[in-house]
Design a protein around this ligand. Structure first.
Ligand code: PLP
Length: 414
């Protein structure tokens, strides 16, 4: 593969590894299980430790298999560098560990993955102020910013209600104020959307979901898009200011989060995720088509009270989604009419599996209020627009007719 020619998304993922020679002509990067990396010349070991030459030191801070995946993710997101973590939460936790100090302030979308919501509550108890705002409206984000605001954090398509942040205007706002803009791109993936296009400085991906795509490995990543000027960020330690400012953020996150807190991705998981990523585009096309067909069918059914899917014209941010995203993704949620028991409905499904994950090849369903959003309580659920009967569907790549038949039959029994 030539280094110069500009290839498409999938071609780049498939052939990118071969830009560096791999022994025996292997087409996959090998799974390097070694924790330590030996050097013949002890001076070279010291030089690697001091950052004067490239090389691996100890598996917690870097591993060749993980590093190959990081390169792949940087290409997918058109970023300058990426770091992988053991889970998506490990990646989001790293933001707190490496970049925030007591007295700092974060503005976060109130429409959030449940565990991220829980993480921000923890952070609030540790001296960091967090303002939750309706991020579908950039004005509300602007109004919540204080002189101590360091980070604005949003998701692209929020799980499970599918609200879409006012991504572009929030990006412009953050750039004007020198605030770090972090976008969790898990639900769109870099195939449907690149947050760099809306001036995000850091991009989160839960690799566990669509990028790995098969529900067989946990992982997360942070990508520096190169958009943010780290010389404007007040919390960078002098130690990480040796190289050009573009590298300060990742250098500090690698040391202060990955090295000190240790949520490192293992090489076997990295390999699973890298192989899964090869078919990301194909799977996203298929799940998006399946999800749109299912959303339309549910919306037309009299037993369904509401359907939340950005591909429907009835979705409040349908226009923004159409403008920014290549297609509308695999996440939808819906509410059954009063009097229909959501558990009875779920138990009638033959293909869709009651299970908690997203972006799997198989269709998964979950009653949100009773499971993933149970702990936060009814009041906070209501403030996030989570109905007690809400069912989240992570649409898989099954044959469309089989999937629709399954939901049609389960509704018919209601
Ligand atoms: C699942 C998910 C995460 C967390 O990823 P894990 O790998 O499960 O820790 C973060 N953000 C979003 C939007 C997610 O869907």
């Amino acid at each position: 593969m030539s280094d110069k020619k500009h290839y498409g998304f999938t071609t780049t993922i498939l052939h990118g590894d071969r830009q560096k020679a791999i022994e025996h002509g292997s087409l996959h990067r090998p799974i390097h299980t070694s924790v330590a990396f030996g050097y013949r010349d002890a001076r070279q070991l010291a030089s690697v430790f001091q950052g004067k030459e490239p090389g691996f030191r100890y598996g917690r801070q870097g591993n060749p298999t993980v590093s190959a995946l990081e390169d792949k993710i940087s290409k997918m997101e058109d970023g300058i560098a990426s770091l992988c973590f053991a889970t998506g939460m490990g990646a989001i936790g790293a933001v707190f560990q490496a970049l925030l100090r007591a007295g700092d302030h974060v503005v976060s979308s109130s429409f959030l993955f449940g565990n991220t919501n829980s993480l921000w509550q923890t952070v609030a108890g540790q001296g960091v102020g967090v303002a939750f705002v309706d991020a579908t409206d950039a004005e509300r984000v602007a109004a919540a910013i204080t002189p101590a605001t360091r980070i604005v954090f949003v998701e692209t398509i929020a799980n499970p209600r599918t609200q879409i942040a006012d991504l572009k205007r929030i990006g412009e706002l953050c750039q004007a104020r020198g605030i770090l803009y972090i976008v969790d791109n898990t639900m769109t993936t870099p195939y449907l959307f690149r947050p760099k296009a809306v001036l995000a400085g850091l991009v989160v991906n839960a690799l566990t979901k669509s990028i790995g795509g098969h529900g067989n490995a946990l992982g997360g990543s942070l990508t520096d898009t190169g958009v943010y000027d780290w010389s404007r960020y007040p919390n960078i330690f002098d130690n990480y200011k040796k190289a050009a400012p573009a590298q300060w953020g990742i250098a500090q996150i690698r040391a202060k989060a990955l090295r000190d807190f240790g949520a490192s991705l293992g090489p076997e998981a990295a390999h699973h995720i890298a192989v899964g990523a090869e078919t990301l585009a194909l799977r996203m096309e298929r799940t998006s088509a399946n999800a749109l067909a299912l959303a339309r069918m549910l919306e037309a059914d009299e037993r369904v009270a509401a359907v939340h899917y950005p591909g429907l014209a009835s979705h409040p941010q349908h226009a923004i989604a159409g403008e920014l995203f290549r297609s509308f993704g695999s996440l939808l949620s819906f509410e059954l009419k009063d009097g229909i028991d959501c558990f009875d409905f779920l138990n009638r499904l033959q293909l869709a599996i009651p299970a908690s994950n997203l972006g799997d090849t198989r269709t998964l369903v979950i009653p949100v209020a009773h499971t993933i959003f149970y702990e936060m309580g009814a009041e906070r659920r209501a403030s996030m627009g989570i109905a007690e009967s809400l069912i989240r569907v992570s649409v898989g790549i099954e044959d469309t007719a089989d999937l629709l038949d399954d939901f049609r039959a389960a509704l018919a029994g209601a």
